[in-house]
Design a protein around this ligand. Sequence first.
Ligand SMILES: C[S@@+](CC[C@H](N)C(=O)[O-])C[C@H]1O[C@@H](n2cnc3c(N)ncnc32)[C@H](O)[C@@H]1O
Length: 306
Amino acid sequence: MEKEKLFFNKLVEIIHESTGLDCKQYNELYIKRRINSRILANNLKQHDYFGYIKLLENSLYEIRELFNALTINVTKFFRDITFWETLKKDVIQRMIKEKTDNKNKSIYLWSCGCSSGEEAYSIAILLREALKDTQIRARIIATDIDEVSLKKAEAGIYDSHSLCDVSNDYILKYFHNINAKDKQLYEIDKSLRPMITFQRHNFLSENPPGDNFDAIFCRNVIIYFKPNVKDGVINLFHSSLVHHGWLMVGKAEMLFIKHLKEKFYLYNDIERIYRRERRVVPRGIKHPERRQNWWFGYDVGSNKKN
Ligand SMILES: C[S@@+](CC[C@H](N)C(=O)[O-])C[C@H]1O[C@@H](n2cnc3c(N)ncnc32)[C@H](O)[C@@H]1O
């Protein structure tokens, strides 16, 4: 048992040195499950960390496979469709109204843990549609620790499974069918590319790729982190956002994160959409808790001013 722990720790060091991924920051059970899936795939006995280290020493291929198993980069366009509907019909409309009121003509967003880019392109499509009759321009920085996923994002070519939640309208407008031998492939319309910068970035060890973001999307990423690491990440997002900036996290992630409640206002509890800072209670409102939907003078869910 002692030896097993020793070899596991050695393996964690090797992974850090060879890939930059610091497993100590992730939930240990999760890391062990993912490593053991690779150990079994190589016909070794479960928990044979020593045997697996030997194997890794001679196989760049296996290092890559292990990294893939640890980072889990599954994603697709408009993943969790109700979230994107809320974004389109409510959040983006509100963003545009607030930008217009403030005579501000740019929107700056961060897709953090963007995997192969589907999330960033989904944001770009909704913004392109919503901003077409305005002077406002949007810029997205999309980052991930995994360079192979980022290369795919830059190429912008996807199979039909990635597009299964994209409306026909958007497919016709923003995707081009590519003739491939055995499967249907789609290339993202090149007009969307200048809106997005893809960049390799480890948000656990590097400074944020910018500041004063209007919105940060970090969906289905921090779920794998240890609780104290999650708290640190939430602090990082807080300081990278403008006042009242938006934070979108995956549906499964929340509630447990202490700082989220302290530093962010829950804007939409079903879709786990937050805004920076707790609500500010203006003078004259004695019992704000009776006005559950109050947020900076707007009635949540409508464009009506209180
Ligand atoms: C499941 S995907 C989520 C993709 C997309 N956000 C979505 O919701 O569909 C998780 C991504 O987080 C990335 N990731 C994990 N740890 C990271 C870190 N420390 N820094 C940057 N990206 C990380 C992984 O490489 C992977 O591509």
